[in-house]
Design a protein around this ligand. Structure first.
Ligand code: C2E
Ligand code: MG
Ligand code: MG
Ligand code: MG
Length: 288
């Protein structure tokens, strides 16, 4: 009896595996057509200068509105799109859409777009981005690309070659999720990033966790001495904002200031974020 129950469980397990493999394949197939069917959306999350609470830019974050499954998170579909290389076309769509929206004056300041390591397999990535800037009329000074360590680590020479081309065009390069990789320091040494995005895993432990606070201060000192300003991700509370601002962190992004929203809702998010604008704290007497 026990055995047959066990066998039943195993059968069920196999069935579920089959189901999930099948559903992954179905999702991968749907993903190939998502862009051309207009199912992809970009949401924008505002970025803020921490000293004065003013908006300085926005990050473009991809969303997939699946006709049957509804809104699917990028954490779920980006890895799949990377496996099938559908991300190459989707990433191009994201760049074009973000640049067009920014050039139309709908996004304040710098527009940051995430690049997948898989997009770097395309030797023409820099040329593609150049063409998108020409097509949309966006100044390269307003475009920032976000890369993670894996982008550079998979093929150092090639990755650096493309990043140098982008930099020469006037585009700025941010290292995303800083602190989560395994060779951050080597990567930092290999490439002059314009910005470090401090991963939210540290930010969410502020201000109470002494170890997280020490790590954050160290990253800020590192950024400072390398001339790379730091943007803290995932700021959710006033106390986190205050800690980071006092510790000298230049910029921030998080639910406190704004959640990622569709382009249609961005003006309302910008209005709502105005309540964070404040006078820069004056320097203490001793420093003056
Ligand atoms: P990421 O680039 O590190 O983006 C930050 C993520 O943190 C976003 O998740 C954002 O919604 C979330 N976030 C922002 N503020 C807060 C906060 O205060 N609290 C919390 N808990 N979360 C916050 P999202 O939109 O789900 O994106 C997840 C990841 O998917 C991104 O991480 C990025 O790696 C990837 N991704 C999104 N869009 C694209 C894209 O167009 N291309 C590529 N290659 N990857 C993308
Ligand atoms: Mg990012
Ligand atoms: Mg990040
Ligand atoms: Mg992330």
């Amino acid at each position: 009896r026990g055995k047959s129950k066990q066998r039943g469980l195993i059968c069920q397990y196999h069935r579920e595996m089959d189901d999930s493999a099948r559903s992954r394949r179905a999702m991968a197939r749907d993903l190939q057509h998502a862009a051309e069917r207009g199912e992809l959306e970009l949401h924008y999350q505002l970025q803020t200068t921490l000293a004065d609470g003013k908006i300085c830019g926005a990050e473009a974050l991809m969303r997939w509105r699946h006709p049957k499954r509804g809104m699917i998170s990028p954490a779920e579909f980006i890895p799949l799109a990377e496996e099938t290389e559908a991300i190459i076309e989707m990433g191009e769509w994201a760049l074009r859409t973000a640049c067009r929206d920014a050039a139309a004056g709908k996004i304040p300041g710098t527009i940051a777009v995430n690049l997948s390591p898989v997009q770097f397999k395309n030797d023409n990535l820099a040329e593609t981005i150049h063409a998108i800037l020409i097509e949309t009329g966006l100044s390269p000074r307003r475009l920032e690309v976000e890369v993670t360590e894996s982008t550079i680590m998979s093929d150092q020479t090639h990755g650096l070659h493309i990043l140098r081309k982008l930099k020469a065009m006037g585009i700025s390069i941010a290292m995303d999720d800083f602190g989560t990789g395994y060779s951050s320091l080597a990567t930092l040494h290999a490439f002059p990033f314009d910005k470090l995005k401090l991963d939210q895993s540290f930010v969410k432990r502020l201000p109470g966790d002494a170890a997280a606070a020490a790590i954050v201060r160290t990253v800020l000192a590192l950024g400072d001495s390398l001339g790379m300003p730091v943007l803290a991700e995932g700021i959710e509370t006033d106390a986190q904002w205050q800690f980071l601002s006092e510790a000298g962190c230049a910029k921030g992004q998080g639910y406190l200031f704004a959640k990622p929203v569709s382009l249609a809702l961005l003006p309302a998010a910008i209005d709502a974020a105005a309540r964070f604008v404040r006078d820069e704290p004056s320097m203490p007497e001793t420093v003056r």
